[in-house]
Design a protein around this ligand. Structure first.
Ligand code: URP
Ligand code: ZN
Ligand code: ZN
Ligand code: ZN
Length: 518
């Protein structure tokens, strides 16, 4: 057997095992052998991983790159093309594919699934996907795929585009919103989308917050001058998330279709998901590191700078929410942990400061762009604050950050170190050789002027990140190129299957399995 590269003597972790003293043989970008004392012939590159964890490259199945977020009501979404190719709507203050994927690789993540968003006046999804391909192609240090955000489920979208996404485009998941004026769907529209998704085997991701509750509370807060950043949290209490989660689960049960609740933040919503799962409904949950490590007091720090920690759902006031999310991670309620990397710069006219300008001295929380940066810190945080803190096993870490997202979203060659799989591999430092450090934003590779994890003590960090057998990140330096990342076509989910219409007579009227191609 001739290898191009052998990773020697590592502690190889899968979602089920931890195997010490293992070698990994790689050829043409693929793992072809795992074993002890693999033969090393002349000219073979060797990486010594003695005493170090070796994990499958991270799969971050929820991040926003080159995506304009949530303009408030009345704000212009669609503007003229700036350079003739990319509409100005993509000129925002966050990460693009270059900086975002660079940051991913530097944090041990080798595949990202980011979003291609349909705008309200887009009749079809096809041009949307084409635009995002242009934004990402030759701009990515890691492999990538897209979920499509459906904001306008027209007849074309439901009857032509969604089948084409799965069949022709290699995209097997969509996201829908129950909140945000510019993106939310009515319950009727959600039922339409779920009905179509069922037959196609599409995994529907849902942002569940009750929009009217948020608007109603926001209006009352404004009337009382309660507009500072932390009141973003006041306006979206756990009940807002739990109500929408429960409504969505009910609609998914009616439609007999799998759904994934994204970025779950509270004990109440976790309980709703857990309950649905005990009833054997195909309901999946995702959470994010910020709901495991940060709390609402962050929005009160340093005056308007609290805006740096404004995201939706918000960071929670009560430590019992944080504990419930950890329990959900430990007991299997959550299938994935993603970053929800949705960054905007702080000091930028289109960034977090947008919520201050014109609304001095406190700012107005409803004008603060939502979202936090977290692509690069996701794995190291869960390594330090999860594995090393004794909260999760190394296997659980791999399951939630790589194996499960790969299976859930149909990335058939990702998420495991096994013969036939892409050699996407993260090699950590031998624990006893690593000097813990406090994070400084300058150490990160994103294009954002802050991190919510500034000062957090990291006890390990990826030493090498390999993308399809090529070292892309080595001892603090990104050495890959932004042409290395490739678009990955996905199959339908390996955790759920297209489902029969169900028992109701009306369900057999449309969305019939037999009319669909595989
Ligand atoms: O605050 C967040 N999460 N912003 C990004 C958009 C989303 O809802 O995922
Ligand atoms: Zn969301
Ligand atoms: Zn206040
Ligand atoms: Zn998001």
């Amino acid at each position: 057997m001739a290898f191009d590269l052998v990773i020697r003597n590592g502690t190889v972790v899968s979602a089920s095992e931890v195997l010490e003293g293992c070698d990994i043989g790689i050829q043409d970008g693929m793992v072809i052998a795992i074993g002890r004392d693999l033969p090393i012939t002349e000219g073979v590159e060797v990486i010594d991983a003695e005493g170090a964890y070796v994990t499958p490259g991270g799969v971050d199945s929820h991040c926003h790159l080159s995506q304009y977020y949530d303009p408030g009501p009345g704000e212009e979404q669609r503007t003229q093309t700036t350079d003739g190719t990319i509409p100005a709507r993509y000129n925002f203050s966050g990460d693009d594919y270059e900086s975002g994927s660079r940051s991913a690789i530097a944090g041990g993540t080798t595949t990202i699934i980011s979003f291609a968003i349909q705008f309200r006046d887009d009749e079809s999804l096809r041009p949307v996907v084409t635009e995002y391909h242009k934004l990402a192609e030759d701009q990515a240090y890691c492999d990538y795929s897209f979920h499509v955000i459906v904001t306008n489920p027209t007849k074309t979208v439901l009857e032509q585009d969604l089948p084409a996404l799965v069949g022709d485009f290699g995209i097997s998941s969509i996201k829908i919103f129950m909140t945000y004026a510019s993106a939310k769907l009515s319950d009727y529209q959600i039922l339409d989308v779920l009905d179509t998704a069922r037959g196609l085997g599409i995994t529907t991701m849902v942002h569940a917050e009750n929009a009217d509750m948020v608007d109603w509370v926001t209006d009352r807060l404004e009337q009382n001058g309660m507009v500072a950043p932390h009141h973003h949290g006041t306006s979206r209490p756990p009940l807002v998330e739990a109500e929408a989660t429960n409504r969505l689960v009910t609609m998914a049960e009616l439609m007999n279709t799998p759904v994934l609740l994204v970025h779950v933040s509270s004990a109440l919503a976790t309980k709703v998901i857990r309950k649905a799962q005990t009833r054997v409904l195909p309901v999946f949950g995702e959470t994010c590191p910020h709901y495991l490590f940060l709390m609402a007091e962050r929005m009160r720090r340093n005056g308007f700078e609290g805006a740096k920690c404004v995201c939706s759902p918000p960071l929670r006031e009560d430590s019992s929410d944080l504990e419930a999310i950890w329990h959900g991670v430990q007991n299997g309620t959550f299938t994935t942990i993603s970053s929800d990397h949705a960054p905007t710069k702080y000091n930028h006219s289109n960034g977090k400061l947008k919520g201050l300008h014109g609304h001095e001295p406190h700012g107005k929380f409803k004008h603060i762009p939502n979202g936090l940066p977290g692509l690069e810190t996701r794995l190291p945080l869960l390594f330090s604050g999860g594995i090393l803190a004794g909260r999760i096993t190394p296997q659980k870490f791999v399951e939630l950050t790589s194996t499960n997202p790969a299976k859930l979203y149909g990335l058939t060659k990702k998420g495991a170190i096994a013969p036939g799989y892409d050699a996407d591999i993260t090699i950590w430092y031998p624990q006893e050789k690593f000097k813990p450090f406090a994070l400084d934003n300058d150490m990160l590779h994103h294009d954002i002027d802050y991190t919510p994890f500034e000062g957090y003590e990291f006890k390990n960090w990826p030493r090498y990140t390999l993308l399809r057998g090529k070292v892309a990140f080595s001892e603090g330096k990104v050495i890959g190129s932004m042409k290395d990342g490739k678009f990955v076509r996905r199959s339908t989910s390996q955790l759920s299957t297209p489902r029969a219409p169900g028992k109701n007579e009306w369900l057999s009227l449309r969305g019939n399995l037999t009319s669909l191609k595989n």
